[in-house]
Write a protein of this length. Structure first.
Lengths: 269, 247
């Protein structure tokens, strides 16, 4: 594999983010990481460690204080055309004045410039991928939380991203819906192979979905461990969770999160 | 019911001779005058010309209010340039600018349309600024992550998100616009319902005078209903969403 030259390879080089002010905060400093082309990469860390900030810096939604982000070996500036950020607050990220279908069209048609009929067809196709072609004409607020996040996923994928950045996208749905969404995103990823970074505090979710996992420390965040999951694909909701390898990873990651000496005060914030 | 009762009291006060004055016609006489005016076409023409004037002024003022409001909210140089001027002009009573404006626009349509637009502008602009300021950060980030061009973001994200505020302004302005239409017609020129009303008063034709007031009442009521239908069409999603979320 010539991963280094693939245009889906995502590289962070010495990335830094500081918030200046009366009490300057160093969120992370000199963070370097290479996410391979088409890899599913998870980032886990204690809450408040800056995972979400990191992801937004990569997405170009907040400016970095230093370092670079490279996609396919090229510097990424501003809001990169080929990266899509999937928001945690699906209820707020879908535009409530547009139907599900129009929300999807909104994401791609400024680039593709399709006529109304073709745009509609493409939107329906992507809604069908998440099992929602029936709800094309519904407004987001008429749909359940899980369905809203499905629309958001369809919308993100309709933009044909090379990189999908997911910020705890499944944290506000119930446990069963979450497992369904895991299966869905896993399946879509296997089909399309966009490079993916998932930020989460849910260790099970990180292991279930990822090829590799980075465990972040508290602020200033650095990578404490980089773990290859090595679990067989396709992953299965029941079997994968019972795989001894899954359990071992889970054990190691939870130990890392809970018993890391520099995290003794993790809850005092 | 209350309305009907009051109208009956009005009618009775004349029928039973409680109030005897040429300036206090029976309600039935007013209705008769209204019918004569509408059927004869005179009153119809007068109100139509007023509405046409009002519509033009209202649309002009609203369009300017939304455009300038968005510009002020989004671009700092525009904000710094225009805000002091707007703050100075806003409290000026529109009636006070009629005499000087006569020199500029004459006494006919242009003057009145300018006055109506002036009155319409401020509530719309102020609410637009507030609405654009209140647009959720997440919507803007969504537009950015998909690389939506700026103009499209304004059209498809910022303005729709601000619409509930904008409509609050448009509604306030609608009432202002009607008031200013009638007043400006009373102050200058020889057209429209305001002028007609005043003429009937000078001519001591009380039934016709009250008839035009009754007609104005109906028109104002109808305008409000039309506005509500328009609002439901445009921002029905906001209402329905609230109702949904409150389940």
């Amino acid at each position: 594999m010539n991963g280094a030259t693939d245009e889906r390879t995502l590289k962070l080089e010495g990335l830094a983010k500081r918030f200046d002010g009366k009490q300057p905060v160093v969120v992370f400093e000199d963070l370097s990481l290479e996410v391979r082309a088409g890899e599913f990469f998870s980032i886990v860390g204690p809450s408040g460690c800056g995972k979400s900030t990191l992801l937004q810096v990569v997405a170009g939604l907040i400016p970095a204080s230093g370092g670079r982000v490279l996609l396919g070996g090229r510097d990424v500036t501003g809001e990169p055309a080929h990266m899509v950020y999937l928001f945690q607050q699906y209820a707020k990220s879908l535009l409530p004045w547009m139907t599900a279908e129009d929300n999807v069209i909104f994401a791609f048609n400024h680039r593709l410039g399709l006529g109304p009929r073709a745009a509609r067809a493409r939107a329906r196709e992507h809604l069908a991928m998440v099992g929602l072609e029936e709800s094309a004409a519904a407004y987001p607020w008429q749909l359940s939380g899980g369905m809203q996040q499905r629309v958001a996923i369809a919308r993100a994928l309709s933009a044909d991203p090379k990189v999908l950045l997911m910020d705890e996208p499944f944290s506000s749905v119930d446990a069963l819906t979450r497992m369904e969404l895991h299966a869905l995103i896993s399946e879509l990823w296997e089909r399309k192979r966009f490079t993916t970074i998932l930020v989460t505090h849910d260790v099970d979710e990180a292991i279930f979905l990822a090829d590799r996992i980075a465990l972040l420390t508290r602020r200033p965040a650095r990578i404490a461990e980089l773990i290859e999951t090595g679990l067989a694909r396709p992953r299965r909701a029941v079997e994968t969770h019972e795989d001894p390898r899954f359990l071992a990873l889970r054990h190691a990651l939870l130990e890392g999160l809970l018993h890391r000496p520099d995290e003794a005060n993790a809850d005092v914030r | 019911m209350l309305v009907v009762a009051l109208l009956l009291v009005w009618e009775g006060s004349v029928r039973f001779g409680i109030v005897q004055s040429p300036n206090w016609p029976a309600f039935s006489a007013v209705l008769a005058a209204l019918y004569r005016g509408l059927a004869g076409g005179e009153l119809l023409g007068v109100i139509a010309s007023s509405m046409w004037r009002m519509l033009r002024g209202y649309l002009l003022g609203s369009a300017a209010g939304i455009t300038i409001g968005v510009a002020i909210a989004l671009w700092r140089p525009v904000r710094l340039t225009l805000t002091p001027a707007i703050e100075l002009l806003r409290p000026v009573p529109v009636t006070a600018i009629v005499p000087p404006l006569i020199f500029v626009f004459g006494i006919d349509d242009k003057l009145k349309i300018a006055c109506i637009a002036f009155a319409t502008f401020f509530p719309v602009a102020t609410n637009t600024i507030a609405g654009v300021g209140a647009v959720d950060e997440v919507y803007l980030k969504v537009a950015r992550t998909f690389g939506i061009p700026h103009a499209q973001t304004i059209r498809q994200v910022i303005v729709p998100a601000a619409l509930p505020y904008i409509f609050a302004g448009l509604r306030t302005s609608l009432a202002f616009a009607l008031v200013v239409t009638v007043i400006s017609e009373m102050l200058a020129g020889s057209q429209g319902i305001g002028h007609y009303l005043l003429t009937m008063q000078y001519a001591l034709r009380a039934p016709e005078m009250y008839a035009s007031i009754v007609l104005l009442t109906f028109v104002a009521y109808a305008l409000n209903r039309l506005f509500l239908a328009w609002e439901q069409h445009a921002i029905g999603w906001a209402r329905s969403r609230e109702a949904y979320d409150a389940r």
